[in-house]
Structures are given as structure tokens and as C-alpha cells.
Design a protein. Sequence first.
Length: 278
Amino acid sequence: MKTVFLFLMLLLTFSSCKKSESAAEENISAMKLPPKEDMAASVAYEVVNKNAPQKSEDKTIEQKIIKTGNLRFETRDLETTYNQIQTAVKNYNGTIQNDTEGKDYQSIFKNITVRIPSKNFDLFVKEISKGVAYFDNKEISSQDVTEEYIDIDARLKAKKILEARYLELLKKANKVSEMLEIETQLSAIREEIEAKEGQLRYMQNRVSMSTVTIEFYKNVAEESGVTVSYGAKIWNAIKSGFFGISSFLLGLLEIWPFIIILSFIIYFIRKRFKKKTT
């Protein structure tokens, strides 16, 4: 009896060892290729943990401020004011991005868009404001995008870590189906990385270079004095009427084929109508 009992005990111990070994093998095989969601979660957790000790250093992070200006004012001499702005642009290492001019019923105007280094923004605005009695419009705005910049930068770092993980899996992959799946994931991750890098470059450009829009004008009435005589008004009205007639005649010349066709149609209609009445 003792021999049989010992034999049964050995058999049960051996079977339990086999079960534990097979369970361990299943767990190891399951850990080789983690799902994409689990991998992304682990990467995000790692990035958060890496950034956590640096929270005390966030106070020293350089602020990202986007500065913009919009100025509109009247001037007595358009050319002098324009030269003054050009000189200020050169002195403060800026560039003229857009330069337009025009004339309406009451004034002649110029509109200039300037990109200026943000460190020189205040000095530039002060320089071009010299000699201006008052502004019709003066808007200076500063937008703090530090938090948004840090957020995009953190997301970019997480995507790069995720890309490195998938590259490691690609080296270990043996099946073609696994390789294709990993390549698909890598392609999507790389597109997201490029998009985040583009956002950061655009934001950094707007932070480093401020935009100032300047519109200045001169009233046309000042050329002939404070008031305009009644005779000058009559002469201007006659000229306007002459130009109106000229424009009307030019318009008729542009549509002369349609006028001829319409004349023929009216002629035949009237001729038919006369035949019916007779």
C-alpha cells in the first residue's frame, strides 16, 4: 500500500509541474506582440513619467508669445512716411512682406505688411509712430502659446518613442503579414510626426517673427486747400459725366455682335407682325 501511495503522489506532482510550465509558455508568447493600444498607452505613460520630475523646472521654460500689430493713421506726405517705415524696417532687421497702394474717392493710401523680429517689435512700433498726431486704429496684441507649444512637443516625443518601438518589432518580425502590419502602423505614425513637426515650425516662426500691418493715407481734398470751390466741383462733375459716356460707348463696342443679332431679330418680328395685320 505504501508503494502505491508513493507512486500516486509522484504522478500528481509531475502533472502539476507540466501544467505550470505550459501556462508560463503561454504567458511568454502572449507578451511578444502587444496590441497597438497597449503599446501606445505604455509609451504615453513613459513620457508622462519622464516629464514628471521636470515639473519643477517648467517655470524656467521660455515663454512663447505671438505679437501682432495693426496701425492706421493719416499723414501729410505719403512718400516721407513710406521712407520712414522702410528705414525702420532695415534698422530693426525686418522684411516687407506685402506692399500695396490705391486711391478711393476721398484719399490716397498705402498698406504695408511687415515681419519684424519679436525682440524688436516694441522699438519698431515706437519708431514708425513718430510724427503721428493720432491713430485712427492701433491694435497691439500678445498671444501666449507656451502651453500649446509644450503640449505639441510632448505629443511629438511620444510619437517618436512609439516609432522606435515599432522599429524594434520590425527587426524581430519573421512573418510577412507581421512586417506589413508593422509597416502600416509606422507609416501612420510618421505622418503624425511630420504634422506635429510642421505645427511646431509654424508656431516657432510666428513667435520669432511678429507681424505688423500699417495703413496710412492722405486726404485728396488737402491738395487744393481746405475747401474746394463751386466751379471746381462743376468741372469735376463735367469730367465725371464725360468719363461716364466714354465708358458707356466702350461697353457698347464690346457687345456690338449681340446688338446686331438683336436688331435682326426685332426686324423679322416686326415684319411678320405687319404681314399678319395686312
